[in-house]
Design a protein around this ligand. Structure first.
Ligand code: SAM
Length: 416
């Protein structure tokens, strides 16, 4: 795996180097066993975000592109990385190249990739050249994301835009994210979405500089950068007021999302990705959209990604080589029990909601019916299972179907 372990750093600016050290990149895999509560190897951590992107992006492409006369939409990856890992596992650019190929007859997905580091850039370019289908329109740029943002927006033009912002460290400034989300567009609806990776370790390390009596010039610069990334110094008081780091970072992630929301009028979904050892979020995927379908499908995608992540965190036990003493994998049974519990919980929430308001309308009531235990964990299959029980009992009409569940409108049946 080379994104983590590659030793070449010469092609990085001091700012990028600082990003690497903030994210633990300098130590890479060798930090396994570190007591830093946020450390999980980068390749492992990527399982969740890649599953989410793989599930969500085709939904966005299908929906946002459907009403465009030219069926065109644009994907921008501001921190594209190498395209794939050296063992062939896809990074975000290869995942999207596969979507470009798979949807080519239905949608024109034009792509723009930016990567700062020369060696990564060369690998990226090679991966895309080999995997983008004939006729696809895509550009790669080597450099800093900020320096290519305007060009990326011009490239998007009036087409729907999905931007993936996936730095190792602090990422773009607050004003840059707001500018992207508020880009003017001629056409129906805003059709601009951002998925941003908010890395807990980067923010916790940088925030840690606040507590130091003596700060180096580099640390002062990083603190000022944090102000720019988070939209002002408001986060400093949050950090200093908190006794431990994880809740402070959580509050800062939430405050950041709310501040972007206030400037853009977007709906925001804040998706924590937790490590198994401490149950702390190691990063948040923050999704901004102005469309209710976006909120619905990002939650579905997060639920699928959670399942992939649980499986990844609980790999099957290794049997011995001769296969005589096969060790049973407990995961499938545990997962089945977990998912059965979700259906029970959703049924309880739906029953109460039906009693209180007489209707269940989706996507409006999604948060209430899933409830805090299952929101972002359970997906449509579980929701439908729970609603089907109420229908079978004769208190909910009509029957919930798999097709169109996201627009389901149910009402209470009164029995005399
Ligand atoms: C987390 S990795 C990207 C992974 C990729 N999005 C994926 O999912 O496979 C972050 C990448 O951003 C690059 N990078 C760091 N600073 C950057 C900047 N200012 N502009 C663009 N890329 C940058 C790094 O070299 C690294 O390859």
């Amino acid at each position: 795996m080379t994104i983590d372990s590659e030793p070449m750093k010469e092609d990085l600016t001091p700012e990028e180097l600082e990003d690497y050290s903030l994210s633990g990149e300098a130590g890479g895999e060798s930090q396994a066993g570190s007591d830093d509560p946020f450390f999980v190897s980068k390749k492992a951590a990527a399982v969740y975000k890649h599953k989410l992107l793989k599930t969500y992006f085709p939904k966005f492409a299908g929906k946002a592109g459907s009403t465009e006369a030219d069926k065109r939409l644009v994907y921008v990856d501001t921190h594209a990385g190498r395209g794939s890992y050296d063992d062939g596992t896809a990074g975000s650019p290869l995942l999207v190249a596969q979507d470009v190929a798979g949807m080519q007859r239905l949608r024109r997905i034009d792509c723009f990739f930016v990567e700062a580091r020369k060696s990564n850039f060369e690998h990226l370019d090679d991966v895309l050249t080999r995997n983008m289908p004939e006729g696809a329109r895509w550009h790669t740029r080597q450099g800093r994301a900020s320096d290519h943002l305007q060009e990326a927006l011009t490239f998007a033009g009036d087409s729907p835009l999905f931007m993936f912002i996936d730095p190792y460290g602090l990422g773009p400034t607050f004003d840059e994210v707001v500018m992207v989300l508020n880009r003017p567009r001629n056409g129906y609806g805003s059709k601009t979405e951002v998925l941003l990776n908010f890395i807990a370790m980067a923010f916790s390390r940088a925030g840690g500089y606040l507590r130091r009596a003596e700060k180096s010039a580099q640390q002062l610069t990083t603190l000022e950068r944090l102000d720019k990334v988070l939209g002002g110094p408001w986060w400093r008081a949050v950090y200093l007021a908190s006794e431990s780091t994880a809740p402070a970072i959580q509050e800062i992630a939430l405050g950041y999302a709310q501040r972007i929301q206030a400037k853009t009028n977007c709906s925001v979904s804040l998706i924590p990705v937790r490590d198994r050892a401490h149950n702390h979020p190691i990063y948040w995927l923050v999704h901004f959209t102005r469309h209710p379908d976006g909120v619905w499908w990002i939650r579905e995608a997060a639920a699928y990604a959670s399942e992939a992540w649980r499986r990844h965190c609980s790999p099957p036990p290794q049997g011995n080589d001769d296969g005589l003493f096969a060790v049973e994998d407990p995961f499938p049974a545990e997962e089945a029990a977990r998912q059965a519990g979700w259906i029970d919980a959703i049924e309880r929430h739906a029953r109460r909601l039906l009693q209180e308001q007489g209707t269940i309308e989706l996507p409006r009531d999604a948060q209430a019916v899933f409830g805090p235990e299952t929101f972002g964990q359970a997906w449509a299959k579980h929701l439908r299972g729970a609603l089907a029980r109420l229908h079978k009992e004769g208190i909910l009409e009509p029957k919930p179907l798999a097709d169109g569940l996201d627009k389901y409108k149910g009402r209470r049946v009164q029995h005399s």
